[in-house]
Design a protein. Sequence first.
Length: 498
Amino acid sequence: MKKRLLSLSILLAAFAAHAQYGITSYDIYPGIQTSTPMGLTTYAGNVYFYANDSVHGQELWRVNENNAPAMVADIHPGNLPFAHAFTDDRRPISVFKEDLYFWGDDGTHYGPHKLNTTGGLTLTVDLLPLYPGFLNGAIMAPLPEQLFFAGVYNYNGQQLWRYKVAGNEAKKVTSLVVNDNTITDITGFQNKVYFTSRDRNKHGELYVHDPVADTTLLLQDIWPGFVIQDANTYTVINNRLYFYGSAPMIGAGIFMYDGISAPKCISVNSQIDVAAVGALREGNTIAAYHDKVYYVARASDMYYQLVQYDPVTGKSAVVYKSTVRSIDIQSLCVYNDKLFFSGSDAAHGRELWQYDGDTATLAADVNPGPDDSDPLQLTTQGNSLFFTAFTDAGGYELFKFTDIPASVAGINKQVSTTLHPNPTHDAATLEIALHQPQTLEVTLTDAQGRTVHTIPSAPYHAGTQRITLPMQSLPAGMYYYRVSNGSVQLASGKVVKE
């Protein structure tokens, strides 16, 4: 397996006009030095990220399956950083109202910048004249009409802020009374903002902000008193909010919240060996795959494992267990009908792994031999999977993994789609024109790439097929549908819920 992947890496050293099969590496900062790509986010046919090429400092870059990485603009001229250094997946880049928003400093101004689908780049609002000394606007969570973020101003600790396109206005919306308060995670769920914070009596608990009522409340004191509960890794799956946290008599676990009842720990009494769960911020570690929820847990023997949870039966099962003690599993991402992640074994170290619903196998030994490449920030675009990884020869750089030969990917030309009504208040009808019989699966995701609905795989005859996308219970905003045949994406598009 290793020899095959290495030979493919050599063959793909020159960038091809179309996505090819295997691993491609991009040495953005030439030599052994690292460009430290971060914030990988798919938008308008590209993956955007921050990187340092040794000449321009840390700036905004883009890449796609057909083109090598290119800097978008030298926003902070010279070898000076435009973006702040983010050491984990804390979403410094986000899609909001069909535009790409990201944080940075151009040498004079600081605030959220915006890139639109035509390539127009603007500073939305300069926070420094309004709030001198404003710091750290890295974590973002979009709602239909407002973009929420964490920020520090006037030494009052990190608070929740919001940006409104109407009026181009930025404003602080919380006043949690701790000078060193820190917000460690934010997400949008059912038209409200959920975030982890603390006050003088609580530490690392789950709070909720209602933009309509303009109120902020403690959702639940999961671990009563001033004890670190550390809710993190919020992930919305099928209109449920999943997150890691801790509670008395349970310890660390994974919780589920439906927006009505109190958050419930789903890893307790799971009949599997779960000694600790969560608190893993280096990449997304909760994901939906084949109608199941997957998360990361540590067994009592200190080996990490990938756990499958069935929301229908409430049962859990271990589908993969690391063979290297204390090396955790990170960056879960669905790509080509497989669940990819950062896993490990003694022979290869921590590398890129894949799970096909039955078996977990090594997908690529990026840093050959037992040394880790530590793949993180797994992100899909087109027929390729992008991620960051370390090699002894090139440092920490950007990589592309393509699982489909170009000849197979070409079958997507045999399918065309139309959607109506669009925008919609209720359901939308997806018409799929098939030139030959196909087995199709349709998935609907939100602007953050989270799956909100799946129409299971089924055979369809040649001709025009009509599939209903239920939108009634979804919050207003932009959604994306994807039509696939097994591991091959056939068509995709946008639908707006009003």
